[in-house]
Design a protein around this ligand. Structure first.
Ligand SMILES: Cc1cc2nc3c(=O)[nH]c(=O)nc-3n(C[C@H](O)[C@H](O)[C@H](O)COP(=O)(O)OP(=O)(O)OC[C@H]3O[C@@H](n4cnc5c(N)ncnc54)[C@H](O)[C@@H]3O)c2cc1C
Length: 389
């Protein structure tokens, strides 16, 4: 039985990672009474806690993923305003760092691959500046002399996801949103194909007109959603290290992307070095091999890394869908909305996800940008797919 003393919210958001927080803040800020439910004792302790925070649509663009690139560029373009608006709404910093990105090659093969990427991106209208080693080292003296080539993406910046999440949680509550931590949702509840709210693991039932699923890699564990209405999400493990320079900032000032990892400066002498990509279910062990590979590759490019203090080792679970792109918008049940499956780009995609979900919640059209990310794309019949192919 529902506890009648509970109010009915306009929106209940399941999951307090970066996606749930951004959606909940936007919804509450725009006048929808919003309840955010997070099963952990604090928000943003999962993928968001592990994430490096690169906002890198240009340097990460896959030629084959043009629609995702368009979404990433749209979100990156929103970031400065999103952060400025957030910092008006809370005294906490948002953690945004305008630093740009250098993609770097260590040997001839990598340099050739990097040059091919530059040409492919130029065909997509994305400008990357080609830097010979001497110029790259002038801009980043911490790079090794063995560097072969670098490409600069001046507009690919970074944010500290933990700082951003704390700011979002504060802004959400200041706007009047209700945050419940330690609240694990067991089931969505519905009646006659219309969502009525959620049931917690402790059996408490909460009423809401709309439910947004933002449960990251744990999305498939939510009950109460018919099989045909589900979005398939799998966990993809990433190991990542946090380092600190006792000498302060300056070793590296831009994000460095190498094959396969990256080094992200926080601007204050702290660095994030990531990340592995592993299909290991929900296992989150940090392994000697994973740490070794990350450090080996990075110290080859930035020898000064070996002097840094190793502060933290962590593994997080990226929420991946079969096409590695998120599910955004209305689901198959009336009142069900998806904001799940952001895989490697959830920090980058948080602002655009928040805006698209607000449109979804208020019944407005999501527009062309969102069309490729419709949640029902996974429930097409095989026949439809064959015809489409
Ligand atoms: C190592 C690593 C590096 C990354 N680097 C970047 C990067 O540089 N840039 C970038 O854009 N992205 C990056 N990502 C990806 C990014 O972290 C994710 O796409 C993003 O965090 C997904 O956010 P989320 O809110 O969907 O998931 P999460 O952050 O995992 O949050 C989901 C939340 O839902 C809660 N939850 C789950 N089930 C329930 C339930 N039943 N009831 C209540 N709460 C529930 C969980 O406890 C969790 O807090 C990285 C990821 C990893 C692992």
């Amino acid at each position: 039985m529902p506890h009648r003393s509970h109010p009915t919210f306009d929106v209940a958001v399941v999951g307090g990672g970066i996606i749930g927080l951004a959606v909940a803040w936007r919804a509450q800020q725009r006048g929808l009474s919003t309840l955010l439910l997070e099963r952990d004792a604090q928000v943003a302790q999962r993928a968001t806690h592990a994430a490096a925070g690169m906002l890198a649509p240009v340097s990460e663009a896959h030629v084959a993923e043009r629609e995702l690139l368009a979404l990433g560029l749209a979100s990156a373009a929103r970031y400065p305003d999103f952060v400025a608006e957030l910092e008006q709404a809370t005294p906490l910093p948002a953690g945004f760092l305008r630093c740009g990105t250098l993609a770097v090659a260590r040997d001839r093969d990598e340099a050739e691959a990097l040059d091919r990427e530059r040409v492919a991106r130029a065909e997509m209208g994305l400008a990357l500046e080609r830097l010979l080693p001497s110029e790259a080292r002038r801009r980043e003296p911490g790079l090794a002399p063995t560097l072969r080539l670098a490409l600069e993406a001046p507009d690919d910046h970074a944010v500290d996801p933990r700082t951003l999440a704390a700011a979002l949680a504060d802004a959400f509550q200041r706007a009047g949103g209700v945050l419940r931590t330690g609240a694990a949702v067991a089931n969505l509840t519905s009646s006659a194909d219309k969502v009525t709210g959620v049931e917690l693991e402790d059996r408490d039932q909460l009423l809401a007109e709309h439910v947004v699923v933002a449960a990251g890699a744990w999305t498939p564990r939510l009950g109460g959603i018919p099989d045909a209405a589900r979005v398939p999400v799998r966990p993809v493990k990433g190991q990542i290290l946090r380092l600190r320079d006792p000498a302060g900032p300056g070793l590296i000032t831009r994000v460095l992307r190498m094959d396969p990892g990256y080094l992200v400066p926080r601007g204050d002498g702290r660095y994030v070095l990531g990340a592995t990509m592993e299909d290991r279910g929900f296992e989150t062990d940090v392994t000697a091999g994973g740490v070794f590979e990350l450090l080996r590759d990075a110290t080859e490019l930035v020898p000064g890394i070996s002097e840094l203090v190793l502060e933290e080792l962590e593994a997080g679970l990226r929420p991946g869908t079969p096409d590695n792109a998120p599910a955004l918008g209305r689901g198959a049940l009336d009142g069900l909305h998806w904001a799940a499956g952001h895989f490697r780009n959830g920090i980058l995609l948080a602002p655009v996800t928040a805006d698209l979900l607000l449109a979804s919640l208020t019944g407005e059209p999501l527009g062309e940008l969102a069309a490729p990310f419709a949640p029902d794309r996974f429930t097409e019949t095989d026949t439809t797919k064959e015809i489409a192919a």
